[in-house]
Design a protein around this ligand. Structure first.
Ligand code: ZN
Length: 252
C-alpha cells in the first residue's frame, strides 16, 4: 500500500487535542523521574509519604526505597509520626532487577519512592531513568542536594542532570539568624568541618559517631552533629550564640 497522506497529529502542537488511545508514536507513555530536594529536616520524608498515600488511594502500587538507612529496620519516617516500611537499597543494588523481581512474583509496580536519594550512585539514578522511560514507572526521589562541603552529592548531581522535574522542598528549617537554612554543616567541637568523608558511615549502633580520618587517629571516635545554616553563616563557620543547643539537628 502506498503511503497515504493521513494527517498525523503533531504532539508538539500545543493546540492539538489529546492523543487518541492507541496513538503511541508521537507521545509514548513514559513515567516521570522527579527529584524533590532540600536541607535536612525540611519535610522531605513527610512529602514522600504524602505522595505515596495519594497514589495508593488511587489504587496504584508503589515500592518505597531508602538508601543508607541507619535505623537497622529500613523505613521512611516523618517527624509527624508516620512511618512506612521500605526496602533498603545497597551500594550495588540494580534497581531494574529489584523491580523485575517484583514483577516475577506477580506484583504490580506503578511507582517508586526513594528517600535519601542523594546516596544513590549515578548508575542507580540512570537505572531509575530507564525504569521511567521503558517501564513507565513514576519515580519520586527525595534527598539532600549538597553535602557538608556545600558540594553536590554524586547521586543528587545525576538527578539534577536527568530528572524530568526538580522541586525544592519548602524550607521549614531556618538558620539561627532567621534566614532559610540551605546548607548542612558538619560540626565537631564547635567548629564547622570542611574536609572528611563525604558520606558518613552507616552505623546502626552509634549513629552519631563519625568514621572520619581523624576518628581513625583516636581510639575514641569524635562526635559529629549537623547544623543547618544559611549560606553566609555556612561560609563564615558561625554557629550562632547557642550553637550547642538551639537549632541543633542530630544525625539520626
Ligand atoms: Zn544565618
Amino acid at each position: 500500500m502506498s503511503s497515504t497522506p493521513v494527517p498525523v497529529p503533531d504532539p508538539t502542537d500545543a493546540l492539538s487535542s489529546v492523543p487518541v488511545a492507541g496513538f503511541r508514536r508521537g507521545t509514548p507513555a513514559v513515567g516521570k523521574l522527579k527529584f524533590c530536594y532540600g536541607p535536612m529536616d525540611c519535610g522531605k520524608s513527610t512529602l514522600a509519604l504524602q505522595i505515596d498515600h495519594n497514589h495508593a488511594r488511587q489504587g496504584r502500587r508503589g515500592v518505597l526505597l531508602v538508601r543508607h538507612d541507619r535505623s537497622g529496620a529500613p523505613q521512611i519516617s516523618s517527624r509527624i509520626g508516620i512511618t512506612r516500611q521500605a526496602v533498603e537499597v545497597g551500594e550495588g543494588t540494580d534497581l531494574r532487577l529489584l523491580v523485575r523481581d517484583r514483577w516475577a512474583r506477580g506484583q504490580h509496580v506503578d511507582y517508586l519512592i526513594v528517600d535519601e536519594a542523594q546516596f544513590l550512585s549515578p548508575e542507580q539514578v540512570e537505572q531509575l531513568a530507564e525504569l521511567a522511560d521503558d517501564a513507565q514507572l513514576d519515580v519520586y526521589c527525595f534527598g539532600i542536594a549538597t553535602d557538608f562541603r556545600s558540594m553536590l552529592f554524586p547521586g543528587a548531581r545525576r538527578l539534577f542532570e536527568l530528572a524530568d522535574e526538580l522541586q525544592p522542598v519548602q524550607v521549614e528549617v531556618l538558620c539561627w539568624c532567621g534566614l532559610p537554612g540551605r546548607f548542612n554543616a558538619r560540626v565537631a567541637d564547635g567548629e564547622v568541618l570542611r574536609a572528611g568523608d563525604t558520606v558518613f558511615v552507616a552505623d546502626t549502633d552509634q549513629p552519631k559517631v563519625e568514621n572520619s580520618p581523624s576518628a581513625h587517629d583516636h581510639p575514641d571516635a569524635i562526635t559529629v552533629r549537623y547544623q543547618v545554616l544559611c549560606r553566609r553563616h555556612f561560609r563564615r563557620g558561625e554557629l550562632g550564640p547557642q550553637s550547642g543547643e538551639q537549632g541543633q539537628l542530630r544525625l539520626t
